[in-house]
Design a protein around this ligand. Sequence first.
Ligand SMILES: Nc1ncnc2c1ncn2[C@@H]1O[C@H](COP(=O)(O)OP(=O)(O)OP(=O)(O)O)[C@@H](O)[C@H]1O
Length: 259
Amino acid sequence: METLHTTGLSIGYDKKCIASDVNLALRPGKLVCLIGQNGVGKSTLLRTLAGLQEPLSGEVAIGEESIKVVDRRELARKIGIITTDKIGMSNMNVRELVALGRFPYTNWIGKEELEDRAKIEESIDLCKVNYIENAKLGTLSDGQFQKAMVARALAQDTDFILMDEPTAHLDIVNRLDMFSLFAQIKAQTNKGILVSTHELDLSIRFADELWLMDFNQPVVCGAPQDLIESGAISRIFHHEDYEIDLTIAHSMIRAKRDK
Ligand SMILES: Nc1ncnc2c1ncn2[C@@H]1O[C@H](COP(=O)(O)OP(=O)(O)OP(=O)(O)O)[C@@H](O)[C@H]1O
């Protein structure tokens, strides 16, 4: 599997440049968390990586191929994205939502084939949403809805899944559930997963790599432990009166089997 990577990428809106000369690579089988303060440009970067937004300059590519030249339907077989946009289909049930993930594969009348059905079932199983398969989206809790959205992205069966703040509004148990689900998906499917998040403790616990975004600074990448030790994480979350003790954050969440 190839990498999703950027070369000399500048992102932003009209003449407003949010980050420039961004050079990053999302590798298969890796869980990467994109971290940074509000408004630093995480969503903008995710949308640009997914081809939903044009770069100001530079390039996003999969392997040797710029995503600019990839046909939209083909791109939807390579990159899946869960944005924070509300989807207004409250009358649809969970299975129907997950089935939408198959749109890049189904024919023009949207007929499900055996393989589509198998992928839908597999995604529902992996995300453990079987028990709400027939529930309408409008009746779901935030946590249930987020898991259904991940199942939809999984059913799309792309090499890369990008998620924008997928754990916003969830309690600690459901946040843990989501991050352990991402780790499981990565291990079982070898997909490259990029999660934009404010969950510092969970990112440190679960991510293979962090991408740290700061205003007018190059994106810093590395293993969580290395970035804690170098002080890079503390630097992007500077506060006038308080400091963040990451050694505490790191020890807050541990697997029971590690005790
Ligand atoms: N459609 C838009 N047009 C112009 N500027 C925008 C647009 N969307 C976002 N911005 C600006 O781009 C900057 C980055 O926004 P973005 O949403 O990417 O940040 P973020 O890191 O995802 O923030 P948060 O953590 O609050 O979700 C902000 O200054 C924002 O106001």
